[in-house]
Design a protein around this ligand. Sequence first.
Ligand code: Z5A
Length: 218
Amino acid sequence: MNQPSSLHSLFHTPEKGLFISFEGAEGSGKSTQIQKLQKHFESLSLPCLLLREPGGTSFGEKLRAAILSQDSKLHPMAETFVFLASRAQLLEEKILPHLAQGGVVLLDRYIDSTLVYQALARQESIEKIWTLHQFAPLNLLPHRTFYLDISLEVSLERQMKRGQNKDYFESQSNEFQAQLLKGYRTLASLYPERIKTIQGTQSVEDVFRDILQELPKL
Ligand code: Z5A
């Protein structure tokens, strides 16, 4: 089950620009680090677009609101197609045009979230998810993916501190959340060239230092 997909050769990275995605459990610090990285690129006068999934387009934000407010269980394939629809539109409307102009795209969650949340965390094969991504524009991989690794305890503690109403994914069991972390670690070991694991339990500044060290060259 946990093999790098044979479909991987059908995927490509952008020829121009820099495409970076961030992954991790709830509260892993993605938004915090993405904002710091955006400032870093802007200080270098590089046009930098910060986006999130699901969302980032007007259609995607409607899908985001729909899935996060869902109050009964969805079939994993129903979840998957919501994320794919949001992703296809985001690529077409925002990501591809910005990269074509040589810009930097920083994306909060991407394909790896689907591989983990909709497959690995449910002990399902990732092959089906790769298969669904093999057609353009979905067959685009980031140049670099940062996985911010935290423990289940830290994730739950940060969620609790925030104290908002729980959304569809935050309401999943602790067991599911533990499987997510396991899934991310499996994925990072399958694709070590692209996915760099960063210790997300360090201070904000130390996490950022580690990210800067693993940035690909533009
Ligand atoms: N989902 C999916 O199932 N399949 C898919 O394909 C996609 C998504 C694309 C979107 O959630 C949900 O959709 C997601 C998976 C699912 N659900 N979950 N879980 P979202 O966008 O609403 O939530 P999120 O992506 O998990 O983001 P988040 O909770 O806002 O976490 P974050 O951005 O990684 O963390 P943060 O906001 O930067 O930090 C969280 C808190 O920790 C905050 O108070 C910070 O001040 C604090 N923090 C951050 N860094 C540190 C350090 N280093 N030390 C101490 N405290 C820190």
